[in-house]
Design a protein around this ligand. Structure first.
Ligand code: 5AD
Ligand code: SF4
Length: 469
């Protein structure tokens, strides 16, 4: 639905590249390293996207220039995710495109979760790679870049035993109004299917003072929305003597002058406490949207997944959120086909989705990941059966969203405008509850502003409306 909007964030991002002509020359025009050009491709989640913003910031501050095509770059970097897809395969096929071309004065590097997982094996499979750095070692990147600039052919950053977070002064943010900010890195949970604890290392929270200082700087730069990030963002534990709770940090961020919206993702049900709901109720700048992955509706499966809560415990959290004085939209992640999931377990997932009536859902077929306990569990579910369950769940959810959105016709929402269509007077943006709202307005300059929009019609994934004030 966002494809219709040609002045989207992607277009703005593309325009921010320093020299579009560089892409046309087909060869790196500048020297190999400092003062060179870089191409950075990102696969994966929001955390990965934000890591790439930090890496781009670091490189720009060292005099590199960002280009749109790997052929125009002296430094080619792939930031890879390994949570679900066959990301390693995708990476090696990309790297394969550079086989035999290492003599052209390019440096090729692999960053992120696949780098962490595959480590030095990447050099064996693709000897033309010079840099391998996992996400838990990004704080070493400036040092690794210096080594490359000094002509070093093989450099690695693969530690996960760090208690530091990756902070940099020079993040190059891709969105001009919404800034992402990591407040907790890594994960200490041990979900049986998940690679994140292996690839991103243990939980490390950033001091509240440092978070707030960055938010103040962002507000001064004109950002009005901040999104606090973490694999389990609400497990935040302030390492400074202030010992702010997550909900207190939310309130403090919202109070920074110039900030109009505060979002946070992803929340873990176990650490989702009543004070977070109270914060959302009492401070309208904290967006009324919670992403609370359930993964399965069957307690038996949740136990096998080591999720640390039962169906009933999760539903109690939902009742607490639904009981808030301000309506809060809830979205979730669900995995179908976890080893041993029976038809009855799957029916419980469907009935949980019916009971919660989520405003949005990301659903996935279980895929075995390296090092994880689930990989060696018996009773794999055949691929066709996983696909069938996924299709059934997605169809059910589509209906729930269509019904839920229908009840919004006639209501007005504040929208942060982030897209403009090629078609006359057509705009788009998000509501506080994170719905996409496409709307008409006679105004000329709305990008980055907040406007009131009345909903006139709906679909399962977005709303349609008219600018009302
Ligand atoms: N298989 C399928 N889905 C997974 N996720 C994480 N690991 C796996 C896996 N091995 C999903 C979970 C998580 C989301 C980010 O990705 O639902 O919440
Ligand atoms: Fe993975 Fe579980 Fe940690 Fe989420 S909470 S990142 S699913 S281990």
């Amino acid at each position: 639905m966002t494809q219709a909007f040609d002045i989207s964030l992607d277009a703005l991002r593309a325009r921010s590249f320093a020299d579009p002509d560089a892409a046309a020359t087909g060869a790196p025009a500048t020297p190999r390293h400092s003062g060179g050009t870089f191409f950075l491709e990102t696969f994966g989640c929001q955390m990965n996207e934000h890591d790439s913003e930090k890496v781009a910031g670091l490189l720009l501050s060292r005099g590199y220039r960002q280009v749109e095509s790997p052929d125009a770059a002296s430094l080619i970097l792939y930031n890879t995710c390994s949570i679900r897809e066959k990301a390693a395969q995708k990476l090696f096929s990309r790297l394969g495109e550079y086989r035999g071309r290492e003599g052209e004065g390019r440096t090729i590097g692999v960053l992120g979760c696949v780098a962490q997982q595959e480590g030095e094996q990447i050099f064996q499979r693709a000897p033309w790679v010079s840099l391998v750095c996992g996400s838990a070692s990004y704080r070493k990147l400036p040092e690794l870049l210096s080594q490359l600039e000094a002509g070093n052919q093989r450099v690695t950053g693969l530690d996960t035993d760090t208690d530091e977070t990756f902070e940099t002064e020079v993040t190059r943010r891709d969105n001009p109004w919404r800034a992402y900010l990591t407040i907790i890195e890594g994960c200490d949970k041990a979900c049986a299917y998940c690679v994140v604890p292996f690839t991103r290392g243990p939980e490390r929270s950033r001091a509240s003072g440092s978070v707030l200082e960055e938010v103040r700087q962002l507000a001064e730069l004109g950002y009005s929305e901040v999104q606090l990030l973490g694999q389990t963002v609400n497990s935040y534990a302030d390492p400074s003597s202030r010992q702010m709770r997550f909900s207190e940090l939310l309130m403090a961020v919202a109070e920074v002058p110039g900030i109009r919206r505060v979002r946070f993702t992803t929340s873990h049900p176990r650490d989702f406490t009543p004070d977070i709901v109270l914060a959302i109720e009492s401070q309208p700048k904290i967006c009324n949207h919670v992403h609370l992955p359930v993964q399965s509706g069957a307690t038996r499966v949740l136990k096998a997944m080591q999720r640390t809560y039962s169906r009933e415990g999760y539903l109690e959290k939902i009742a607490m959120i639904r009981g808030a004085r301000r309506p809060i939209s809830i979205t979730t992640d669900i995995i179908v086909g976890f080893p041993g999931e029976t038809e009855d377990d799957f029916q419980q997932t469907l009935s949980l989705a019916e009971a919660v009536r989520y405003e949005g859902m990301f659903s996935f077929k279980y895929s075995p990941r390296p090092n994880t306990p689930a990989r060696s569990m018996n009773d794999p579910i055949p691929e066709e059966e996983k696909s069938r369950r996924l299709a059934v769940l997605q169809e059910r959810q589509r209906q729930i969203q269509t019904d839920g959105n229908s009840s919004l016709v006639g209501m007005a929402f504040e929208v942060m405008v982030s897209g403009k269509s090629r078609r006359e007077n057509q705009w788009s943006g998000h509501t506080s509850c994170h719905r996409v709202l496409n709307f008409t307005s006679q105004e000329r300059a709305l990008l980055g502003t907040y406007v009131q929009v009345s909903v006139t019609s709906v679909g399962p994934n977005s709303l349609v409306g008219e600018h009302s004030s």
